[in-house]
Design a protein around this ligand. Structure first.
Ligand SMILES: [Fe+2]
Length: 330
């Protein structure tokens, strides 16, 4: 049980106003101090917010919270748990699109959703929401990725400043298949042999902007399958998380990836080695969706992939993406 215990940072201009006192040491380089407030379930007479780790390589479930009405004290617990566990699961939520956007905004400004494969931009009236779905209405898919497998990736890493976090909220989920797996990229970096860590120090990786994780061509892009010339943005291969200060491997996605300054053969060989470490089962945790589940993850230290599912079943997810303030840095 984690009590409803939190502190608020009072330094001028601090963006992260509420922080949990359990982990202030992680933030004390950026914050001047904390003002503490504490209550326990015994004092309030109701069951308090609870953080239950998955027991896997990452992730925790947050229980006893309604995201439509979450207060600042409980939000502080959520914010701290997000940094500690990289990914958070909230079950049995009942969110409208407006409420999903409101909760997402507590972590920062939102990016607009990328254009879907069909050319549709977003949910009418909500440019922040990206629809992931196989459902077809009036002959037009309502979302992206269909019912196929989505390969390991980090959301929108082909941008100069990719979103720091994503939230995925399940409106409809199939009984079988469509599970999402997440992995711990701090762990991936830490698991590398020292020699390999030295080899990749200072290298940059091009993150492809041609294809999405389902293998679909992005809107307005010419198909290219040569990693040397495909469109994309370079980011450091090893990045330091701006808030936790931990180092993580930053791979984005495998297709059309290219390590700058190397021959294509050298780049491919090194990437194969790095991906073999990053995608080991011991670093991953899988989630079977139910309607009402919301998962929040940190794109700076995780990747994710999705299983395929029966195309005749329905899966509808709404995603928001939270803008980062800084580009990925070594
Ligand atoms: Fe994704």
């Amino acid at each position: 049980m984690l009590w409803r215990t939190a502190g608020v940072c009072y330094c001028r201009g601090c963006r992260a106003a509420w922080l949990p006192i359990r982990t202030p040491v992680r933030y004390n380089g950026a914050h001047r101090g904390f003002f503490f407030d504490a209550t326990s379930p015994r004092e309030t007479g109701k069951e308090g917010i609870t953080v239950v780790p998955t027991g896997g390589a990452l992730g925790a479930e947050i229980r006893n919270v309604d995201l439509r009405t979450i207060d600042d004290v409980d939000f502080a617990v959520v914010f701290g748990a997000w940094h500690d566990h990289l990914l958070l699961l909230f079950r049995e939520q009942e969110l409208s699109d407006e409420e999903l956007i409101d909760f997402s905004r507590r972590f920062g400004e939102l990016d607009w959703a990328p254009i879907q494969e069909s050319g549709r931009r977003f949910v009418e009236g909500h440019p922040e929401i990206y629809v992931v779905s196989n459902v077809v209405e009036n002959g037009m898919p309502i979302g992206s990725l269909g019912a196929g497998e989505a390969t390991w990736h980090t959301d929108m890493s082909y941008l100069e400043v990719p979103p720091k976090a994503s939230m995925l909220y399940a409106l409809e989920a199939p009984r079988f298949g469509g599970d999402t797996y997440f992995n711990n990229m701090y762990g991936a970096y830490e698991s590398l042999p020292e020699e390999l860590k030295r080899r990749i120090e200072g290298l940059s990786l091009k993150h492809d902007g041609t294809y999405n994780s389902g293998g679909y061509l992005r809107q307005g892009v010419t198909p290219v399958d040569d990693p040397m010339i495909s469109p994309g943005v370079y980011h450091p291969l090893v990045c330091t998380h701006p808030e936790t200060r931990r180092r993580a491997l930053y791979l984005g996605r495998r297709r059309n990836a290219y390590i700058g300054g190397l021959s294509l053969a050298e780049s491919e060989s090194l990437l194969e080695k790095l991906w073999s470490y990053a995608t080991r089962a011991g670093l991953a945790w899988g989630h079977k969706w139910r309607a009402g589940d919301l998962v929040l993850w940190d794109n700076r230290c995780t990747m994710h992939r999705r299983d395929s599912f029966d195309a005749a079943s329905r899966r509808i997810m709404h995603r928001t993406q939270i803008r980062d303030e800084v580009a990925p840095r070594a």
